[in-house]
Design a protein around this ligand. Structure first.
Ligand code: NAD
Length: 218
């Protein structure tokens, strides 16, 4: 199984889900959270939660559970959520606007500091408190501000050109929402979200379920 920093990738992907639940519990002043509770929230058995957290040497107390605030703090540190990450976003359309205005990213230390678009009608407009800038300013701004992350919300045909501009600007992490494959240098990490592919998987699941539940015909 592929691993990142000594943790299997599926386990690593569950850590932010545990973190989100722990934050909710901490806000409700719940002092301890059980592996069963964390597992129910993440859709995995309690034994999987214990295994996931054991990679971080977090074991909890038998019969009591995990200290909510302590584990949230540890996960925050481990996942680097407390570190501010500055990002630029390219493509201020439906999705780009929604991501820009989403307040929840701040909890993960993500700040979208500049927006770019190619459409002259959008350049100069503001979204939230950020002005939409023309594309020719991207490389210089990203280099000057040492921007770590780029978010791509342009149509698929434009995504590679945008990714290349981000790479020229020194960006090392790209979060790509356009349903296409990007070619970037090996040191650049690309995380692609293909919502349509996820929907296709759900659609397949719905079809399979309806086949199983359909009364037998004869
Ligand atoms: P949109 O058409 O509303 O917005 C795209 C924006 O990108 C526009 O403002 C356009 O001017 C800009 N753009 C186009 N070419 C550009 C370029 N070369 N450089 C800079 N900016 C450029 O589209 P959308 O619905 O926001 O979708 C954006 C991307 O996200 C698409 O790839 C789409 O497939 C994907 N996506 C969107 C959704 C959604 O819910 N809207 C869901 C899943 C995936």
């Amino acid at each position: 199984m592929s691993e990142t920093y000594g943790i299997p990738r599926p386990s690593l992907r569950r850590l932010p889900i545990y973190y989100r639940h722990l934050i909710e519990m901490a806000e409700r002043q719940v002092p301890y959270v059980s592996s069963k509770d964390l597992g129910q929230n993440a859709g995995v058995p309690a034994s999987q939660v214990r295994k996931d957290l054991s990679y971080l040497h977090e074991y909890g107390r038998p019969g009591v559970g995990y200290d909510t605030k302590a584990l949230a703090g540890y996960l925050e540190e481990f996942l680097g959520l407390a570190n501010d990450k500055e990002a630029i976003l390219v493509g201020v359309g439906n999705l780009g606007r929604a991501l820009t205005l989403y307040p929840g990213f701040a909890q993960y230390g993500l700040q979208i500091i500049a927006l770019f678009d190619i459409d002259p009608a959008k350049i100069g407009q503001t979204v939230g408190d950020r002005e939409v800038l023309p594309m020719f300013k991207l490389v210089d701004l990203a280099r000057r501000l040492k921007v770590q992350m780029g978010i791509i919300t342009v149509p698929p045909h434009a995504a590679q050109e945008v990714a290349s501009a981000m790479v020229s600007g020194g960006i090392k992490v790209i979060w790509n929402f356009a349903p296409c494959k990007l070619t970037v240098p090996a040191e650049v990490l690309v995380k692609s979200e293909d919502l349509a592919a996820e929907l296709a998987a759900l659609s397949h699941h719905i079809m399979r379920r309806s086949q199983v539940l359909a009364p037998a015909t004869e």
